[in-house]
Design a protein around this ligand. Structure first.
Ligand SMILES: Cc1cc2nc3c(=O)[nH]c(=O)nc-3n(C[C@H](O)[C@H](O)[C@H](O)COP(=O)(O)OP(=O)(O)OC[C@H]3O[C@@H](n4cnc5c(N)ncnc54)[C@H](O)[C@@H]3O)c2cc1C
Length: 486
C-alpha cells in the first residue's frame, strides 16, 4: 500500500466533462482526464483492505487494490499488465461500466469510494499511448479450430482467450463492422469507434480472423460450421421489446436501437436502412429510463430536438443509497447521466396508454396515466393506475427504449439448442446441450453489461479450451496469469 491514510488526506476526484453547450455540438467523447499527479493521489485513497470487496463487486475479479497502488507509485506499465491479466478490454469498461466495484469499495461505507473506473481508463490509455499494448501471439498452435458467432464484448473476449490458448479462431459478425452493441448501439459520444478499431487491430495481429457481413444461419450455411472443432455463440439479446398499445403503428413511434444505429451509421457515412429518423426540431419523448433511454436523450439533443422528455414507469429512486440495498450491494439510487444533464424533463411513475395520430398516420401526442406499485413478498409487483390522472403530451417522435426480451432463436432452432426458462440459450458451464457448441454473454444471461459479457467470454473460453485439450491454463475470474500465452 503506497500511502497510509491517503483516503483521509485526499478527496475523491473524477474526470470532468466539457461544458454541455460545446459537447452537444458534436458526437465526440467529452471527458477531460485527470492529470497524472491527481491520479496518483486517487490511487493512494485505496485502503488495501484485508478483504477487498471491490474484487467481488467486479465480475472480472479485477485486482483493484494492486493496480491502485501501482498507479500511486507511478508504476503504470506494471499496472497495465495487471489490469489486462483479468480484463481483455479495460478501455471499454473504463468508459462504460457502471462500476459495481466502486459500489462495493469499503471506503464507500464512510466516504466517497475510490475512483476505480477513472484509474482503470487512465491505465489503459497510458498503455496505448506508450505502445505497451502489443499483440501477444501464442507460442504454438494446437491445430484446433473455433468459430465465434457474434463480435460483441463476449465474442471478442472469448476469441482473444482461445487464440492465446493456441486455437485458430474465426469471428463471424453479421453487421458490417466488428463490436456488437459497442459499435452501433452505444453512441459515439460515449465510446468513439476508433477505440474499438484500435483493439481489433491488435486482435488481428494476434492471428484472429474476422469475417463481417456474415449472418450465420442466414447468408452463411450452418453446414460450413462443420469445419470447426468448437463453436461459441455470442449473438447477444437483440429482440427489442415493443409497446403494443393503440396507435403503435404511427409514423414517429421508433425503436431506440433503430434510432441510435442510424445516427452512428450516418456519422461514418454508412448506408442506412429504412427512412431517415431524425429528432431535429421535434418534441421527443423517450420511454424507458435505463442506459438506452439515456443514450436516446443525448442523441436527440445532439440532433437538435426542440424538447426531450423522458418517462420511467418505476418510482424515482432515492437520492442516497436505499436501505433495501446496503453496502456492498448494487445500490438502488438516483442516477443522473451526462446525457440527462444535457437537457431532459424526467418523469417517473408514468404509464403510456396510447399513441395518438392524425389522419396521415403521423404521431401527434401520447396519452399517459400516473401509476403506483404494490409490492407483496413472493408475488409479482402490481401496477395501479391513479384515477383521473390521464394526460395528453403533444409530441412528434417517441423513442421506445424498453430493453430487450431476449436472444433471437433462429440459431437455437436450426442447431437444436435448448432455451432456459427466460428464453435465453441454456448452458451448463457455458456448454449447450450440443457438446461442441458453447454460448456466452447476453445470449446466455439475457440483457446485461459489458463487464459481464467480457467475463462470460473469458469463462466460456476456459471451458472450451478444456473441452478441446482436456486441461486449460487460461485464467478464470480474478486469476490473471495469462499474458505470456501458451
Ligand atoms: C443503447 C445501449 C447502451 C448500452 N450502454 C451500456 C453501458 O453504458 N455500459 C454497459 O456496461 N453496458 C451497456 N449496454 C449493454 C451492453 O452493450 C451489452 O450488455 C453487451 O454489448 C453484450 O455483449 P455481447 O457480446 O453478449 O452481445 P452484443 O454486444 O449484443 O453482440 C452480439 C453480436 O452478435 C451478432 N450476431 C447475432 N447473431 C448473429 C449471427 N447469426 N451471425 C453473425 N453475427 C450475429 C450481432 O450482430 C452483434 O454484433 C448498452 C446496451 C445498449 C443497447
Amino acid at each position: 500500500m503506497g500511502k497510509i491514510g491517503g483516503f483521509k488526506e485526499f478527496k475523491r476526484q473524477n474526470e470532468t466533462n466539457l461544458a454541455v453547450k460545446s459537447r452537444v455540438e458534436n458526437y465526440k467523447e467529452f471527458t477531460v482526464p485527470l492529470p497524472e499527479k491527481e491520479l496518483k493521489k486517487q490511487g493512494s485513497r485505496c485502503m488495501d483492505c484485508g478483504i477487498p470487496f471491490c474484487h467481488s463487486g467486479c465480475p472480472l475479479g479485477n485486482l483493484i487494490p494492486d493496480f491502485n497502488d501501482m498507479v500511486h507509485k507511478g508504476e503504470w506499465q506494471k499496472a497495465s499488465d495487471l489490469l489486462h491479466a483479468t480484463n481483455n478490454f479495460p478501455e471499454f469498461t473504463g468508459r462504460l461500466c457502471p462500476a459495481p466495484c466502486e459500489q462495493a469499495c469499503v471506503l464507500g461505507i464512510i466516504d466517497s469510494p475510490v475512483a476505480i473506473e477513472d484509474i482503470e481508463k487512465s491505465i489503459v490509455e497510458k498503455a496505448f499511448a506508450n505502445g505497451w499494448i502489443q499483440p501477444i501471439l501464442p507460442k504454438h498452435r494446437t491445430g484446433k479450430t473455433v468459430a465465434v458467432i457474434g463480435s460483441g464484448p463476449a465474442g471478442l473476449a472469448a476469441a482473444q482467450q482461445l487464440n492465446r490458448a493456441g486455437h485458430s479462431v474465426t469471428v463471424f459478425e453479421r453487421d458490417d463492422e466488428i463490436g456488437g452493441l459497442l459499435r452501433y448501439g452505444i453512441p459515439n459520444f460515449k465510446l468513439e469507434k476508433e477505440i474499438i478499431d484500435r483493439r481489433i487491430h491488435i486482435l488481428e495481429k494476434e492471428g484472429i480472423i474476422f469475417k463481417t457481413n456474415v449472418d450465420v444461419g442466414g447468408n452463411y450455411d450452418l453446414k460450413n460450421l462443420d469445419y470447426f472443432d468448437a463453436i461459441v455463440l455470442c449473438g447477444g439479446a437483440t429482440k427489442k421489446r415493443a409497446l403494443p398499445i393503440d396507435g403503435a403503428d404511427a409514423k414517429g413511434v421508433v425503436q431506440a436501437m433503430d434510432f441510435l444505429t442510424q445516427q452512428t451509421k450516418q456519422l461514418f457515412n454508412k448506408e442506412i436502412e429504412g427512412t431517415l429518423l431524425s429528432a431535429k426540431d421535434k418534441n421527443v419523448i423517450v420511454i424507458g429510463g435505463g442506459d438506452t433511454g439515456s443514450d436516446c436523450v443525448g442523441t436527440s439533443n445532439r440532433q437538435g430536438a426542440k424538447s426531450v422528455t423522458n418517462f420511467e414507469i418505476m418510482e424515482k429512486p432515492p437520492e442516497l443509497r436505499s436501505e433495501k440495498t446496503p453496502w456492498p450491494f448494487w445500490p438502488l439510487q438516483m442516477k443522473t447521466s451526462s446525457s440527462h444533464e444535457e437537457g431532459c424533463d424526467r418523469n417517473w411513475l408514468i404509464n403510456t396508454k396510447e399513441f395518438i395520430k392524425n389522419a396521415k398516420n403521423e404521431l401527434i401526442a401520447i396519452k399517459t396515466a400516473e401509476v403506483s406499485w404494490t409490492f407483496k413478498p413472493g408475488e409479482r409487483p402490481i401496477l395501479n393506475e391513479k384515477p383521473d390522472s390521464e394526460k395528453i403530451w403533444p409530441c412528434d417522435m417517441v423513442l421506445l427504449a424498453l430493453g430487450f426480451t431476449g436472444p433471437e432463436t433462429s440459431l437455437s432452432e436450426q442447431l437444436g439448442l435448448e432455451l432456459d426458462t427466460r428464453n435465453n440459450y441454456k448452458a451448463k458451464k457455458y456448454q449447450t446441450n450440443v457438446p461442441h457448441i458453447f454460448t456466452a454473454g447476453d445470449m446466455r444471461r439475457g440483457q446485461s453489461l459489458i463487464v459481464w459479457a467480457i467475463s462470460e467470454g473469458r469463462e466460456a473460453a476456459k471451458e472450451i479450451d478444456t473441452y478441446l485439450t482436456s486441461e486449460s491454463f487460461l485464467s478464470s475470474k480474478g486469476k490473471g496469469d495469462l499474458l505470456s500465452a501458451n
